[in-house]
Design a protein around this ligand. Structure first.
Ligand SMILES: [Zn+2]
Length: 131
């Protein structure tokens, strides 16, 4: 028996999937104030954000987008606004910039590759029988 076969028999399947995301700048009904241009984008895969070579992205709209991205990476209920709403406004009230978040592909990760916390260590209200 090879090491791989032995590992497959002893390790639990700890795979999970996340969506890769692409966040693209759209123009709105007013001129853009920040240093983002229509068509600029960044991508997120797991915890890694990447930009096309030579392109920048301003930190203020990035700060507004960051809290939404981990939720967008996960499957959400079809009735949840997090599923349906894909265009986010720039936080500068004078800027017409908009940002479209697109789920581009599902990527498989393994729990043991991304954390040292053992499987089953987390709790939630349903598991504890809370109302
Ligand atoms: Zn802006």
């Amino acid at each position: 028996m090879s090491d791989d076969e032995e590992d497959a028999m002893t390790e639990p399947n700890d795979e999970f999937t996340l969506w890769d995301l692409r966040v693209e700048v759209l123009s709105g009904d007013r001129p853009m104030v920040c240093n983002h241009r229509e068509g600029d984008f960044f991508e997120l895969s797991g915890e890694n954000l990447s930009l096309p070579e030579g392109q920048t992205f301003p930190i203020y709209p990035l700060a507004a987008l960051l809290p939404l991205l981990p939720a967008k990476q996960r499957n959400t209920d079809p009735h949840d606004w997090m599923t349906t709403d894909t265009i986010i406004a720039c936080p500068d009230p004078n800027c017409g910039g908009r940002f479209r978040i697109t789920r581009t592909r599902r990527r498989v990760f393994r729990h043991g590759d991304v954390t040292l916390v053992p499987l089953g260590a987390g709790t939630d209200a349903d598991a504890e029988g809370s109302p």
